[in-house]
Design a binder for this molecule. Structure first.
Ligand code: CAA
Length: 257
Protein backbone atom coordinates (compact mmCIF):
# COMPACT_ATOMS: atom_id res chain seq x y z
CA UNK A 1 0.00 0.00 0.00
CA UNK A 2 1.31 3.48 -0.77
CA UNK A 3 0.94 6.38 1.63
CA UNK A 4 1.13 10.14 1.11
CA UNK A 5 1.40 11.44 4.68
CA UNK A 6 3.50 8.81 6.41
CA UNK A 7 6.63 6.78 5.75
CA UNK A 8 6.45 3.13 6.72
CA UNK A 9 9.45 0.88 7.32
CA UNK A 10 10.65 -2.01 9.45
CA UNK A 11 13.83 -2.62 11.39
CA UNK A 12 14.04 -6.24 12.45
CA UNK A 13 10.80 -7.01 14.31
CA UNK A 14 9.95 -3.32 14.81
CA UNK A 15 7.35 -1.66 12.56
CA UNK A 16 8.00 2.07 12.15
CA UNK A 17 5.62 4.81 11.04
CA UNK A 18 7.07 8.27 10.51
CA UNK A 19 4.59 11.14 10.28
CA UNK A 20 5.56 13.02 7.14
CA UNK A 21 3.84 16.39 6.62
CA UNK A 22 6.88 18.58 7.36
CA UNK A 23 5.39 21.70 5.79
CA UNK A 24 2.49 21.53 8.29
CA UNK A 25 4.62 20.44 11.27
CA UNK A 26 3.00 17.00 10.91
CA UNK A 27 -0.47 18.37 11.67
CA UNK A 28 -2.88 15.45 11.86
CA UNK A 29 -5.49 15.64 9.11
CA UNK A 30 -8.03 12.94 8.32
CA UNK A 31 -5.94 11.41 5.55
CA UNK A 32 -2.84 11.14 7.76
CA UNK A 33 -4.80 9.55 10.62
CA UNK A 34 -6.45 7.05 8.24
CA UNK A 35 -3.04 6.10 6.83
CA UNK A 36 -1.54 5.83 10.31
CA UNK A 37 -4.31 3.50 11.46
CA UNK A 38 -4.03 1.37 8.30
CA UNK A 39 -0.24 1.03 8.64
CA UNK A 40 -0.40 0.17 12.34
CA UNK A 41 -3.25 -2.33 11.82
CA UNK A 42 -1.15 -4.06 9.16
CA UNK A 43 1.83 -4.29 11.54
CA UNK A 44 -0.47 -5.47 14.34
CA UNK A 45 -1.60 -8.46 12.30
CA UNK A 46 1.87 -9.30 10.97
CA UNK A 47 3.54 -12.08 13.00
CA UNK A 48 6.98 -10.81 11.90
CA UNK A 49 6.41 -7.60 13.89
CA UNK A 50 6.71 -7.59 17.67
CA UNK A 51 6.54 -3.88 18.49
CA UNK A 52 5.50 -0.69 16.69
CA UNK A 53 6.88 2.82 16.83
CA UNK A 54 5.52 6.20 15.71
CA UNK A 55 7.87 9.09 15.20
CA UNK A 56 7.90 12.49 13.50
CA UNK A 57 10.88 14.67 12.69
CA UNK A 58 13.50 16.11 15.03
CA UNK A 59 11.64 19.47 14.84
CA UNK A 60 8.07 18.25 15.22
CA UNK A 61 6.42 15.05 16.37
CA UNK A 62 3.09 16.68 15.51
CA UNK A 63 1.65 20.19 16.02
CA UNK A 64 -1.84 18.89 16.66
CA UNK A 65 -4.98 18.28 14.69
CA UNK A 66 -5.05 20.12 11.37
CA UNK A 67 -6.54 23.48 12.32
CA UNK A 68 -7.06 24.53 8.71
CA UNK A 69 -9.07 21.39 8.00
CA UNK A 70 -11.25 21.94 11.09
CA UNK A 71 -11.62 25.71 10.94
CA UNK A 72 -14.95 25.89 9.11
CA UNK A 73 -16.31 22.46 10.06
CA UNK A 74 -19.87 22.08 11.30
CA UNK A 75 -20.72 20.06 14.37
CA UNK A 76 -22.02 17.21 12.20
CA UNK A 77 -18.87 17.20 10.09
CA UNK A 78 -16.83 16.94 13.29
CA UNK A 79 -19.03 14.06 14.52
CA UNK A 80 -18.30 12.19 11.28
CA UNK A 81 -14.65 13.30 11.18
CA UNK A 82 -12.21 10.69 9.90
CA UNK A 83 -9.53 12.39 12.02
CA UNK A 84 -11.38 11.88 15.33
CA UNK A 85 -12.80 8.45 14.40
CA UNK A 86 -9.31 7.06 13.87
CA UNK A 87 -8.39 7.40 17.54
CA UNK A 88 -10.58 4.53 18.69
CA UNK A 89 -8.79 2.22 16.26
CA UNK A 90 -5.47 3.04 17.94
CA UNK A 91 -6.77 1.73 21.26
CA UNK A 92 -7.63 -1.61 19.65
CA UNK A 93 -4.03 -2.44 18.70
CA UNK A 94 -2.69 -5.49 20.53
CA UNK A 95 1.05 -4.97 20.14
CA UNK A 96 2.99 -2.35 22.08
CA UNK A 97 3.17 1.03 20.39
CA UNK A 98 5.99 3.45 21.27
CA UNK A 99 6.19 7.16 20.46
CA UNK A 100 9.61 8.65 19.73
CA UNK A 101 9.01 12.37 20.21
CA UNK A 102 11.15 15.39 19.37
CA UNK A 103 10.30 19.06 18.96
CA UNK A 104 6.65 20.15 18.94
CA UNK A 105 4.26 17.68 20.52
CA UNK A 106 1.13 19.79 20.82
CA UNK A 107 -2.61 19.28 20.95
CA UNK A 108 -3.54 16.17 18.98
CA UNK A 109 0.20 15.46 18.69
CA UNK A 110 0.49 15.18 22.47
CA UNK A 111 -2.72 13.14 22.49
CA UNK A 112 -1.30 10.82 19.84
CA UNK A 113 1.86 10.31 21.89
CA UNK A 114 -0.28 9.62 24.97
CA UNK A 115 -2.36 7.09 23.03
CA UNK A 116 0.89 5.14 22.64
CA UNK A 117 2.03 2.73 25.34
CA UNK A 118 5.29 4.54 26.09
CA UNK A 119 6.85 7.88 25.13
CA UNK A 120 10.59 8.32 24.59
CA UNK A 121 11.56 11.93 23.95
CA UNK A 122 14.45 14.06 22.81
CA UNK A 123 15.71 16.82 25.08
CA UNK A 124 14.13 19.34 22.68
CA UNK A 125 10.61 17.94 22.94
CA UNK A 126 7.88 20.37 24.00
CA UNK A 127 4.56 18.98 25.23
CA UNK A 128 1.41 21.07 25.34
CA UNK A 129 -2.37 21.19 24.92
CA UNK A 130 -2.92 24.65 23.41
CA UNK A 131 -6.50 24.05 22.18
CA UNK A 132 -7.85 26.69 24.57
CA UNK A 133 -6.25 29.36 22.33
CA UNK A 134 -8.48 28.17 19.48
CA UNK A 135 -11.71 28.36 21.43
CA UNK A 136 -11.91 24.61 21.98
CA UNK A 137 -10.59 21.96 24.34
CA UNK A 138 -8.53 18.82 23.67
CA UNK A 139 -10.70 16.38 21.74
CA UNK A 140 -8.68 13.18 21.52
CA UNK A 141 -7.86 12.30 25.11
CA UNK A 142 -6.00 15.38 26.35
CA UNK A 143 -8.27 16.05 29.32
CA UNK A 144 -8.39 12.35 30.24
CA UNK A 145 -5.05 10.70 29.47
CA UNK A 146 -3.00 13.75 30.47
CA UNK A 147 -4.79 14.03 33.81
CA UNK A 148 -4.22 10.35 34.52
CA UNK A 149 -0.55 10.66 33.54
CA UNK A 150 0.49 13.87 35.30
CA UNK A 151 -2.32 14.51 37.79
CA UNK A 152 -4.91 17.28 38.02
CA UNK A 153 -2.61 20.17 38.99
CA UNK A 154 -0.30 19.98 35.98
CA UNK A 155 -3.06 18.90 33.56
CA UNK A 156 -5.23 21.89 34.53
CA UNK A 157 -2.24 24.22 34.18
CA UNK A 158 -1.46 22.88 30.70
CA UNK A 159 -5.04 22.79 29.43
CA UNK A 160 -6.25 26.10 30.93
CA UNK A 161 -3.16 28.29 30.62
CA UNK A 162 -1.35 26.55 27.73
CA UNK A 163 1.62 25.77 29.93
CA UNK A 164 4.18 23.84 27.88
CA UNK A 165 6.36 21.11 29.38
CA UNK A 166 10.00 20.54 28.54
CA UNK A 167 11.20 16.96 28.18
CA UNK A 168 12.75 17.18 31.66
CA UNK A 169 9.46 18.31 33.19
CA UNK A 170 7.52 15.66 31.25
CA UNK A 171 9.90 13.07 32.66
CA UNK A 172 9.53 14.39 36.21
CA UNK A 173 5.74 14.48 35.97
CA UNK A 174 5.47 10.93 34.64
CA UNK A 175 4.33 11.69 31.08
CA UNK A 176 7.30 10.03 29.40
CA UNK A 177 9.58 7.16 30.28
CA UNK A 178 12.99 8.11 28.83
CA UNK A 179 14.81 11.19 27.51
CA UNK A 180 17.89 11.35 25.30
CA UNK A 181 19.74 14.01 23.28
CA UNK A 182 18.13 14.85 19.94
CA UNK A 183 20.94 13.01 18.14
CA UNK A 184 20.14 9.70 19.85
CA UNK A 185 16.48 9.64 21.00
CA UNK A 186 15.30 7.76 17.92
CA UNK A 187 18.06 5.16 18.19
CA UNK A 188 17.17 4.74 21.87
CA UNK A 189 13.47 4.33 21.05
CA UNK A 190 14.30 1.76 18.37
CA UNK A 191 16.53 -0.07 20.82
CA UNK A 192 13.73 -0.23 23.42
CA UNK A 193 11.26 -1.33 20.72
CA UNK A 194 13.67 -4.08 19.61
CA UNK A 195 14.02 -5.30 23.21
CA UNK A 196 10.22 -5.52 23.55
CA UNK A 197 9.89 -7.15 20.10
CA UNK A 198 12.24 -9.93 21.24
CA UNK A 199 10.07 -10.81 24.27
CA UNK A 200 7.42 -13.58 24.18
CA UNK A 201 4.62 -12.03 22.06
CA UNK A 202 1.59 -13.45 23.86
CA UNK A 203 2.92 -12.34 27.25
CA UNK A 204 3.73 -8.92 25.78
CA UNK A 205 0.24 -8.25 24.45
CA UNK A 206 -1.27 -9.63 27.65
CA UNK A 207 0.90 -7.33 29.76
CA UNK A 208 -0.20 -4.35 27.66
CA UNK A 209 -3.85 -5.31 28.13
CA UNK A 210 -3.40 -5.67 31.88
CA UNK A 211 -1.62 -2.33 32.36
CA UNK A 212 -4.20 -0.51 30.21
CA UNK A 213 -6.98 -2.04 32.28
CA UNK A 214 -5.63 -0.11 35.28
CA UNK A 215 -7.06 3.04 33.65
CA UNK A 216 -10.55 1.65 33.29
CA UNK A 217 -11.22 -0.45 36.37
CA UNK A 218 -11.24 -0.36 40.13
CA UNK A 219 -8.22 -1.86 41.89
CA UNK A 220 -10.22 -4.98 42.80
CA UNK A 221 -11.44 -5.47 39.20
CA UNK A 222 -7.95 -4.85 37.87
CA UNK A 223 -6.44 -7.35 40.31
CA UNK A 224 -8.99 -9.99 39.25
CA UNK A 225 -8.25 -9.38 35.56
CA UNK A 226 -4.51 -9.56 36.20
CA UNK A 227 -4.87 -12.86 38.05
CA UNK A 228 -6.97 -14.32 35.19
CA UNK A 229 -4.52 -13.17 32.52
CA UNK A 230 -1.52 -14.37 34.55
CA UNK A 231 -2.98 -17.86 35.00
CA UNK A 232 -4.11 -17.99 31.34
CA UNK A 233 -0.49 -17.60 30.24
CA UNK A 234 0.17 -21.04 31.74
CA UNK A 235 -1.68 -22.39 28.69
CA UNK A 236 1.08 -21.09 26.39
CA UNK A 237 4.14 -22.94 25.11
CA UNK A 238 6.14 -19.79 25.79
CA UNK A 239 5.45 -20.00 29.54
CA UNK A 240 6.71 -23.61 29.60
CA UNK A 241 9.73 -22.66 27.50
CA UNK A 242 10.53 -19.52 29.52
CA UNK A 243 10.50 -21.29 32.85
CA UNK A 244 12.33 -24.38 31.53
CA UNK A 245 15.00 -22.15 29.98
CA UNK A 246 15.48 -20.37 33.30
CA UNK A 247 15.94 -23.70 35.15
CA UNK A 248 18.30 -25.02 32.46
CA UNK A 249 20.31 -21.76 32.44
CA UNK A 250 19.86 -21.19 28.69
CA UNK A 251 18.22 -18.55 26.49
CA UNK A 252 14.55 -19.14 25.73
CA UNK A 253 13.26 -19.57 22.19
CA UNK A 254 9.80 -18.05 21.84
CA UNK A 255 7.13 -19.60 19.64
CA UNK A 256 4.51 -16.90 20.04
CA UNK A 257 1.90 -19.41 21.22
N1 CAA B 1 -2.78 22.64 11.81
C1 CAA B 1 -2.58 23.08 10.56
N2 CAA B 1 -1.44 23.66 10.15
C2 CAA B 1 -0.46 23.80 11.06
C3 CAA B 1 -0.58 23.37 12.38
C4 CAA B 1 -1.81 22.76 12.75
N3 CAA B 1 -2.03 22.25 13.99
N4 CAA B 1 0.55 23.68 13.05
C5 CAA B 1 1.37 24.27 12.17
N5 CAA B 1 0.76 24.35 10.96
C6 CAA B 1 1.28 24.94 9.73
C7 CAA B 1 1.29 26.45 9.81
O1 CAA B 1 0.03 26.96 9.50
C8 CAA B 1 2.34 26.77 8.79
O2 CAA B 1 1.78 26.67 7.51
P1 CAA B 1 2.10 27.80 6.37
O3 CAA B 1 3.58 27.65 6.14
O4 CAA B 1 1.26 27.37 5.21
O5 CAA B 1 1.75 29.10 6.95
C9 CAA B 1 3.35 25.64 8.94
O6 CAA B 1 2.65 24.58 9.59
C10 CAA B 1 4.52 26.01 9.81
O7 CAA B 1 4.00 26.53 11.03
P2 CAA B 1 4.65 27.81 11.76
O8 CAA B 1 5.11 28.79 10.73
O9 CAA B 1 3.68 28.27 12.77
O10 CAA B 1 5.93 27.10 12.39
P3 CAA B 1 6.71 27.48 13.74
O11 CAA B 1 7.87 26.56 13.77
O12 CAA B 1 6.93 28.95 13.82
O13 CAA B 1 5.67 27.12 14.93
C11 CAA B 1 4.14 25.70 16.12
C12 CAA B 1 5.33 25.78 15.17
C13 CAA B 1 4.49 26.26 17.50
C14 CAA B 1 3.79 24.23 16.22
C15 CAA B 1 2.94 26.51 15.56
O14 CAA B 1 2.75 26.16 14.20
C16 CAA B 1 1.63 26.26 16.28
O15 CAA B 1 1.38 26.83 17.31
N6 CAA B 1 0.78 25.37 15.72
C17 CAA B 1 -0.56 25.10 16.26
C18 CAA B 1 -0.51 24.26 17.54
C19 CAA B 1 -1.91 24.01 18.03
O16 CAA B 1 -2.66 24.92 18.35
N7 CAA B 1 -2.30 22.69 18.13
C20 CAA B 1 -3.60 22.28 18.57
C21 CAA B 1 -4.46 21.93 17.39
S1 CAA B 1 -6.14 21.59 17.79
C22 CAA B 1 -6.15 19.96 18.30
O17 CAA B 1 -5.14 19.30 18.29
C23 CAA B 1 -7.50 19.43 18.69
C24 CAA B 1 -7.49 18.06 19.28
O18 CAA B 1 -7.27 17.89 20.46
C25 CAA B 1 -7.85 16.87 18.47
Amino acid sequence: MSYENILVSTEGRVGIVQLNRPAARNALNGALMAELVAALAAFDSDAAIGCMLITGSDKAFAAGADIKQMATATVVEMMDSEMLGAWDALTRLHKPLLAAVSGWCLGGGCELAMACDMIIASESAIFGQPEINLGVIPGAGGTQRLTRAVGKAIAMDMILSDRRLSAGEAMRFGLISRVAPVETYLALALEVAAVIAAKPPVAVRTAKEAVNAAYESTLAEGMRLERRLFTLLFATDDQKEGMAAFAEKRAATWQGR
